[in-house]
Design a protein around this ligand. Sequence first.
Ligand code: 6OD
Length: 486
Amino acid sequence: MIKTVQHYINGQFINSQCGEFFDNYNPATNELISKVALGREFEVNAAVKAAQDALKGEWGSMKLNDRIALMYEIASEMDRRFDDFLEAETLDTGKPYSIARHIDIPRGAANFKVFADTMKSAADEAYRMDTPDGKIAMNYSMRQAKGVIAVISPWNLPLLLMTWKVGPALACGNTVIVKPSQVTPTTTSLLGEVMSKVGVPKGVYNVVQGKGSITGNILSAHQGVNAITFTGETSTGELIMKACALGVRDVSLELGGKNPAIIFDDCDMDKAINETTRSVFANSGQVCLGTERVYVQRAIFDEFVSKLKDKASKLVLGIQHDESSDMGPLVSSAHRDKVLSYYKKALDEGAKLIIGGGVPTMTGKLKDGYWVEPTIWTGLNENATVVKEEVFGPCCHIAPFDTEEEVIEMANNSPYGLASTIFTENLDKAHRVASKIDSGIVWVNSWFLRDLRTPFGGMKGSGIGREGGHHSLEFYTELKNICIKM
Ligand code: 6OD
């Protein structure tokens, strides 16, 4: 049966006033799975009003301890409904259970607990001062909620990245309006059920479903929204930043990447191959932290290429609920067409195809899904399109290098600077190179190893601001100084 995915506004699930819906497909089969309500001005206005009213009501005056307890309740209820979230997320995205069960769904609940703890343990500053008239004054800082936060979240890790923003926003006492990606609407709606169940006051968590070009634009421009947090493409981030200029509203952007992996000839080869297999192909390459440029020191270049090819050849493409599936399809037919156009361009520009490069042969219902092959190229120069532009698919280009200085220059030669990986068994070299790479995150001998207390964000075109641990508090609160003359 085709389901309906609604808005969740002021504690109620509702359709659009205009009655419009759009279609949501299973990427593995191209079957219609739901009709999604399309939000316009009416729904955005209603959500902003509900979010503002909630700040003036019970939520706005709730004690920190009660808010923190509620955050823990949300996490527990998400754990109780683990299987519902797993099913919804894997149907919307096509990603295998094997990934979602270990990464996406557990991180949803963790994002509420970690930021509840962060908020509870946050310290304020205090300064005692002598005044000009010989008295004493005391300054102390306090954090207050910023207000109504718009959360515009992407389709690649929908629940993980939405709660990565909603968790700290609510822990800090804000209210939120979430606009999930139009192709992955379902888990935001399920989270509405969780909020209702555990008694989060109405208007605190709101969801307006819709398309970026319609609903996203209306929400970004709304002057009742005090700040916007967005994860997605750099070009959309630029538009959101422009919208935030009006009303001088704060913005946090986590954008694209063209992340390098640097493999030195003193690396542990098994570690480098295993982690790079994950960083290139996990989630079908649809991870902003994923590797798309691999630089391998010349002495081990051929061995590395052949071993990564071997790993790629063994990846099992399959339907989400098949436990043997390693890789799902791409998220939409439009994205599949974009990735395939890059596959073609790589060959047009003279790449040597090591493996993949096209559409795999799938059978039965999977024939109509948005599948592409895991792909590796070599032989391109540093100005080739697939070495410069973010593809966001299961693919990488591998190039040889000779010296440390040379590879640092190659790695940094990008308009992006989100994440990088370095593989070496030499600790001095790891520290030295990590300090010179222009990216917000550097993993040494690993990838996507996350401690949620750490600063997370990108340099250059990869974003603005840092979230994670107390850095999230910087974005989700206003810091106020109170000076008391004794
Ligand atoms: O792990 C996280 O907190 C995070 N923000 C991951 C982002 C992945 C982008 O695709």
